[in-house]
Design a protein around this ligand. Structure first.
Ligand code: FES
Length: 116
């Protein structure tokens, strides 16, 4: 079954390696440029999560914020976003894009949809 939040053509996009397992400490994120977008990738100690790096408030890098219990806190003004769906914890109508991320051997790979 197709996820209604995922455009059909998203499945034809390739996964792009961005780093190696062990590069991102648990509870932290790192920012990578993929296909012209900045993508924040977080590690919770067991699995990886990926979302748009740009905070919709004033543009801080979410990848440099702490990641706790599936939520990243923006380092500038502490807005919090859920990694599962990109929703702002204070108002779910505001969301940042989230992306598929996987481990392939030691590689961390993300599948990033084009901006816009
Ligand atoms: S820039 Fe992220 S909360 Fe203000």
């Amino acid at each position: 079954m197709t996820d209604p939040a995922t455009p059909d053509d998203a499945f034809s996009l390739p996964f792009t390696p961005v780093g190696r397992h062990g590069d991102i400490p648990a509870g932290e994120g790192r920012t990578f440029e993929v296909g012209g977008r900045l993508v924040a990738v977080f590690f919770d100690g067991e699995s990886y999560h990926a979302m748009d790096d740009l905070c919709p408030h004033m543009g801080a890098s979410l990848g440099s914020g702490p990641f706790v219990d599936g939520v990243v806190t923006c380092p500038w003004h502490a807005w919090r976003f859920r990694a599962c769906d990109g929703a702002w914890c204070d108002n779910e109508k505001l969301k940042v894009a989230v992306f598929e991320v996987r481990r392939s051997g030691d590689a961390i790979e993300v599948r990033v949809t084009p901006a816009g």
